[in-house]
Design a protein around this ligand. Structure first.
Ligand code: GLP
Length: 257
């Protein structure tokens, strides 16, 4: 896996935005996999800027979000639909934007339909991921099957506590979510994981340099032929080979850039 360490989140997100720009220019009908949480906010701000100031056209691009809470009333400000609307979709027009429906009456059918929609779109070209402090990607909590598909999951107390800041009270954080599976994520053409801040350092070290293990779901990226991890300095602090990763990045041949 390629590890790119940048001075801060904004610098890292600018590089990722350029990668997305390259993809969209090469393939105007590209399919993007999107993530929520604080981590991708500078990336979405940069995509909005590229759209507004440089005319980057997303009108042929379709998007699929990783996950959604189950049971939040429609329009709830902490729902991932509201998050995406606020931070990206109200600024940039896409051809279609898919988010799992956390209010579906038949959740297994909704999960199956989500997988079918991804397949019908031709698969995800580039998937953006954040990482939970316990190593979760999407909402695939530790011990999730590495072959899992879109399904309902139960959040751990740690993830509910981590995400409580988006809700009025910790009790309001739902226990259940719909998330793409790790198997679903690994089928994307490229996977780009972002992690910023010291709170992510242990999970990142486990994902990049630890053993492949369902106990650190992000370690599944080790199985992906085109997995890239973008970090700021604090998130990279517990890597043992960061000098090597920096050297590789600084000495990339032109054809690889
Ligand atoms: C949530 C999301 C993940 C995200 C994680 C980290 O659990 N389901 O996709 O990566 O939070 O959140 P943050 O970026 O706010 O640290």
């Amino acid at each position: 896996m390629e590890v790119i360490i940048q001075p801060d989140a904004v610098a890292a997100c600018k590089l990722v935005a350029r990668q997305i720009e390259k993809l969209v220019k090469q393939k105007p009908h590209a399919v993007l996999g999107l993530a929520t949480g604080s981590t991708p906010l500078p990336l979405y701000a940069e995509l909005v800027r590229l759209h507004r100031e440089e005319g980057l056209d997303f009108s042929g691009v379709r998007t699929f979000n990783l996950d959604e809470y189950v049971g939040l009333p429609s329009g709830h400000p902490a729902s991932y639909r509201a998050f995406m609307q606020e931070n990206l979709f109200r600024h940039v027009r896409f051809a279609a934007s898919h988010i799992p429906d956390g209010l579906a009456e038949d959740i297994p059918a909704e999960c199956e339909a989500y997988e079918t929609e991804i397949r019908k779109a031709g698969g995800i070209d580039l998937q953006i991921l954040g990482i939970g402090s316990d190593g979760h990607i999407g909402f695939n909590e530790p011990a999730s099957s590495l072959a899992s598909r879109t399904r309902i999951k139960t959040l751990t107390p740690r993830t509910r506590a981590d995400n409580a800041r988006f809700f009025g009270t910790p009790e309001e954080v739902p226990h259940h979510v719909i998330t793409m599976g790790i198997g679903t994520i690994l089928e994307a053409g490229q996977v780009v994981m972002l992690a910023f801040g010291e709170g992510k350092a242990a999970a990142v070290a486990g994902a990049v340099e630890g053993p492949l293990s369902a106990m650190n779901p992000a370690s599944a990226l080790q199985l992906h032929p085109r997995g890239v991890v973008f970090l700021d300095e604090p998130a990279a602090a517990r890597l043992t080979r960061s000098d090597y990763y920096r050297w590789v990045f600084d000495n990339k041949p032109d054809w690889q850039k």
